[in-house]
Design a protein around this ligand. Sequence first.
Ligand code: B12
Ligand code: SF4
Ligand code: SF4
Length: 406
Amino acid sequence: MDAPSLTAALKRKALELGFDLAEAAPVSHGGVDIDNFEQWLAQGRAGEMRYFADRLDAYRDPNRVLEGVISVLMLGMNYRTVEPIEPQAGQGKVSRYAWGDDYHDVIHGRLRRLAEFFRQLVPAGKARGIVDTAPFLERYHAARAGLGWIGKNTLLVNRRFGTWIFLAALLTTEELDYSASIRRESIHAVSPEGTVVISQGRKPLGEAKNNNISPERAAVIELLPPLRGSPITTVCIQGLTPLANDCRPVGTITPTETSLPIPENPCHNCRACLDACPTGALVAPYQLDARRCVSYLTIEHRGEFPEELKSKIGSRLFGCDACQEACPWNRRTPATAEKAFDPREGMNPVDIAKLQSLDEETFRRRFRGTPFWRIKLDGMLRNAAIVKENEDRSLRNDRSKDDRKM
Ligand code: B12
Ligand code: SF4
Ligand code: SF4
């Protein structure tokens, strides 16, 4: 089967299985994105998520994830359902992604069926479906496949669905049709003077002059002849690809500072997500320090929270949506047709006193198959205690303000 027919068949099947987005890209073997990723790790920004460092070899070499891999079909599934109900006194807030069935379970089943379908079409080929389950930069590959761009909140933003999409991937040993993807033939060479040399492989095609650095250090590149007027309009810096669908990665600016493409980056000058983050976890556009992220603290982190962050968590019991709720691209997105993501009863907001009264057995019965299962009753009780402490503190503060007024 040729690449276009195989790709078309896989995409059709993916949509039939309930995915909302499906596009192919070549699998990346190393490059600046891995460099950024390693830098992120070296800065300690992964916190206690040791699996990154433990599996660094596989991030560098996707053959360790699937021997002989060349392509990936990147998939997206819309999970937006109803609007969130704000918690009242005695309640904790749960982020949208966790209201229904655990997405890993929902998506895993579909990936298995997609992989089986692939094997019927290409019996000699190999395919592996993944959803957070393998050392693979899903957002980066999704951007390369053309599913959207990486927003300043580090999430993949799609023009239609915003950020309310789960990502998954079908890795394959077969070549696919990458026509929707952001290709990497135009790779970059770096020049310290701010001049970007655009090249194809090792063959230089021309030069672009970095003639403006915005306050956010976003670089505007003016293409010099012979490239002026060519379809190359966007600069791919640091390997990030916040590109519109018709853009091409072009160059990079040195040294390795935050330099971002602007003209076609739909985030433009917006910084709503950075401003909305309650803990300052988005330390710069496109950069997240997980150690400060409420999502990390309430879901991944074991043990006590850093004292200085406790009060900033407010009533967030599980996960955090602040950098998504603030995003203008999330304002008018459609609801999902996927029933598995419909909110289960009592999943948001959650009654703190009821949660604190649960024993292990009841917790298991109630939350089996939901994302709460992952952190067990102990983790939920730790989070509940912080939410309660924050509520008590804010009541005390309100009372002392009233006393001062009298
Ligand atoms: C670990 C993890 C987390 C961690 C770390 C998050 C993070 N931003 O890395 C924590 C627990 C905090 C987390 C939180 C959330 N997560 Co999460 N998470 C993952 C997971 C499993 C791995 C992500 C990863 O590889 N991180 C490592 C970092 C380094 O990767 P990166 O950000 O892509 O790195 C690039 C940039 O940071 C940049 N960079 C790094 N350093 C530098 C330096 C400079 C100078 C520059 C310019 C760039 C730069 O380059 C890197 C390479 O491209 C993915 C699934 C997957 N396998 O991809 C889901 C995933 C990203 N999470 C997801 C979700 C839904 C969430 C939450 C919304 C859940 C919630 N509501 O609480 C929050 C959102 C927080 C946020 N703003 O990111 C979805 C996102 C879907 C989407 N639309 O993008 C994913 C894809 C899961 C899925 N299968 O759908 N998550
Ligand atoms: S703390 Fe909340 S707003 Fe900040 S990065 Fe994490 S998920 Fe986004
Ligand atoms: S809030 Fe603004 S800056 Fe952040 S991801 Fe959305 S559009 Fe981009």
